[in-house]
Design a protein around this ligand. Structure first.
Ligand code: ADP
Length: 504
């Protein structure tokens, strides 16, 4: 339990969980704009406040400047003491009001008045002052030291209305920005409180939404777990999202495939048991009937024993075929690929099978269009050819014929076996490659068929990445055509056999 919680927590922290990502996204979308907005509003407020303050102070200083000029403040001879005192009081008032310092500097760069009383009589050589004397006034906000500095020209328009004027002095002023800072602090604090409240709301929303949005995926996991645990094998359905529908669809397909595999396995096991049981039952019946007779004649024993031996042979044949099939079903079946003369191989197989054909008076003809050399597994190739020719003989009529044709193009060779036999009914054609399928069970049994030959053949063909096709007319004959690449293409054999089987 603890390990599970720790695992989930680790997934959450490493952002491997979708829930964690949704949570983070909601949180980010909710919080970041708030923080940016606060920062933007405060910066904007600061700029605007400084601008306003500078404009207000400049205005007042301009008015005082006018008073200075009209009262000949710089000319100590002409100015009367009383008006100087009034102007000084005005300057003091401004510097008190804005918690700053005002220095009045004349055109000779000499400080005529300093509200701090420190620099009076001194000469100030500063770039800002000189520039202001040339008509370029400035204001500068020093955020780090907490003051605003500005220069204001003292203009004498010489009493004329024509606009000609001279700059007779400069007022160098620095004022404190404490008022702005404290207003900003109040604003910032309020915004922060609002932000914290929003953060709590957004975290709650993020937790709820991330849980709700993820719920359908949890339902998918639950449904799959139920199937895994065996409580249900029904198709599952979680239609909440298109994504869950896709996942569930894919899972249902896998489930269907597994069921089909399971069904076919069960059917196979049932068929195998049945097929193996039939000869055993016959053997038992034969043996019982011998035992039931006292003093049975030796000929009868012999006759029954022969039957018993033939049943044992049959049982053996089924087991041999089954083993061959099971071996081929193994996914990573190794093929022993060699370059082989197919003409020679065909001749050899036909030589082996001709005695059986002769028994039924079936003529076997071999027609080769050209010499064929191909990369194949000799044992499996022999199995393919033998099964097809053997079937063509087995399911033939008396005095019939079997024709084997071999041809090739630049990529494939074709091996075609046609016969004049009984043919296969059309409705049975799709089933002939199924294990234990026989058109006529009793007839096939009589002639020693197990119903596994074509299943083995098809598997062997697919392992060579070839194809097998059949055409048949009932009562007239059958023709099987096998097409196999001349050069073996290596790859994942098991998978390709399975895929091709699905396609066919
Ligand atoms: P079996 O061991 O019974 O011959 P196969 O898998 O080789 O099994 O063949 C399956 C069934 O297909 C046979 O039982 C038979 O009915 C039919 N069949 C196969 N080859 C031929 C053929 N050349 N002509 C007619 N029927 C055939």
């Amino acid at each position: 339990m603890l390990a599970k919680i720790w695992g989930e927590l680790k997934n959450f922290i490493s952002l491997r969980s979708l829930q964690a990502r949704i949570f983070i996204i909601i949180l980010a979308v909710g919080v970041i704009p708030g923080v940016l907005m606060r920062y933007g509003i405060l910066t904007n407020y600061e700029e605007r406040s400084v601008e306003q303050r500078v404009a207000t102070v400049q205005n007042q200083l301009l008015i005082v400047g006018n008073h200075l000029v009209s009262n000949n403040y710089f000319n100590t001879d002409k100015a009367d003491e009383q008006s100087r005192a009034v102007i000084n009081a005005e300057l003091e008032m401004i510097s008190n009001l804005y918690e700053g310092r005002v220095m009045v500097i004349n055109s000779a760069l000499k400080v005529v008045k300093d509200t701090y009383g420190i620099s009076e009589g001194k000469t100030i050589i500063s770039e800002e002052v000189i520039r202001c004397l040339r008509g370029e006034s400035m204001s500068h906000y020093d955020k780090d030291h907490g003051y605003i500095e500005m220069t204001t020209p003292i203009v004498n328009n010489n009493g004329s209305e024509d606009g000609s004027s001279t700059i007779v002095g400069v007022m160098l002023t620095s004022i404190s920005n404490d008022a702005i800072v404290s207003t900003m602090e109040v604003l910032s604090r309020k915004a922060m409180i609002l932000e914290y409240l929003m953060l709590v709301g957004i975290v709650a929303l993020a937790i709820i939404l991330s849980r709700v949005l993820i719920r359908p995926f949890n339902r998918v996991t639950e449904a799959i777990n139920e199937v895994k645990a065996g409580y249900s094998d029904e198709a599952i359905s979680v239609p909440d999202y298109v994504e869950t529908v896709h996942i569930v669809d894919a899972f249902n397909q896998v489930l269907r495939r597994m069921k089909a595999l399971d069904d076919s396995r069960q059917e196979f096991v049932a068929n195998v048991s049945h097929e193996l049981k039939t000869p055993m039952t016959s053997i038992k019946v034969l043996a019982d009937s011998l035992l039931a007779q006292d003093n049975a004649p030796a000929e009868l024993y012999r006759e029954f024993m022969e039957d018993i031996v033939s049943e044992i042979d049959r049982e053996n044949q089924i087991i041999t075929d089954l083993l061959a099939l099971v071996k081929m079903d193994k996914k990573v079946q190794e093929l022993n690929i060699v370059s082989l003369n197919i003409n020679d191989l065909t001749e050899l197989i036909l030589k082996r099978l001709r005695p059986i054909a002769r028994k039924k008076d079936v003529e076997v003809v071999f027609e080769s269009m050209r010499p064929v050399v191909a990369e194949v597994d000799e044992v499996k190739m022999t199995l393919i050819m033998t099964n097809l020719v053997e079937n063509a003989i087995k399911y033939n009529k008396e005095h019939g014929w079997v024709k084997v044709e071999l041809d090739a193009d630049h990529q494939y060779f074709t091996f075609c076996v046609s016969d004049s036999g009984m043919g296969i009914p059309e409705e049975s054609l799709p089933h002939i490659y199924e294990r234990f399928f026989r058109v006529d069970k009793s007839h096939s049994r009589e002639i020693g068929g197990t119903g596994l030959g074509l299943a083995i053949t098809k598997n062997a063909v697919l392992m060579h990445r070839g194809s097998i096709t059949v055409t048949s007319v009932e009562g007239e004959g059958t023709s099987f055509t096998v097409r196999i690449p001349l050069t073996y293409i290596a790859g994942n054999n098991g998978q390709s056999v399975q895929k091709r089987e699905e396609l066919q």
